[in-house]
Write a protein that binds this ligand. Sequence first.
Ligand code: DC
Length: 228
Amino acid sequence: MGKTITIAIDGPAGAGKSTLARRLAERLGYLYIDTGAMYRAVALWAKRLGIGWDDAARLEQLARESRIELGAGGRVVLNGEDVSEAIREPDISEGASRVSAIPGVRRALVEKQQQMGREASVVMEGRDIGTVVFPQAEVKIYLDATPEERARRRLKDLAARGLPAEFAQVLEEMKRRDERDSTRADSPLRQAPDAVYVDSTGMTEDEVEQALLKIVRERTSNGKEVTN
Ligand code: DC
């Protein structure tokens, strides 16, 4: 097997990471890996079992025992069950942010993510991909947008899924989650020093995709390593 390429995309909630990472992966023929979905799957399992968001020992055990498959079109399968919709509920967003602060949970899921990246070329998105999971990634992008723009996008997403919400409430929850994700002790959300910063505020998805493809091409050549 030839050398695999890793494209790491980090950034706060609602910056457009999932959509753009998926589009980039399709274009390049790489696997798309949504690491947030893995934390969400653990949170969902914990909720169903009635395990508290702060029960570190049991949550780590769940993270280790979980069988999480990330399928085509962004489908998420937990222990054989398709949980793609269930993990997008607002209380699971909150739960995922809580369980992701637990070092044992992170260790277990990071190991799974590293294994996935060793086996294939991937576009992997999350909060700590360029800093912790793959510090040697060939391409690192930090995708950002203003909180208001990110809340507007999240509101649109929710509405499209038949879950109307209040702008002020979505903005408030998003800021609280970002604050927790950026200030936790273990692997906080942070731009890697060698990541390219992209502010997608006011840009269309096509424009962001073009910007990201340009960055990828500057560091790789048709998905192969640059030799010059
Ligand atoms: O990207 P998302 O909203 O689906 O992520 C859900 C939560 O998981 C988010 O609050 C932060 C956390 N997360 C993380 O800590 N590290 C990652 N690599 C991905 C997500």
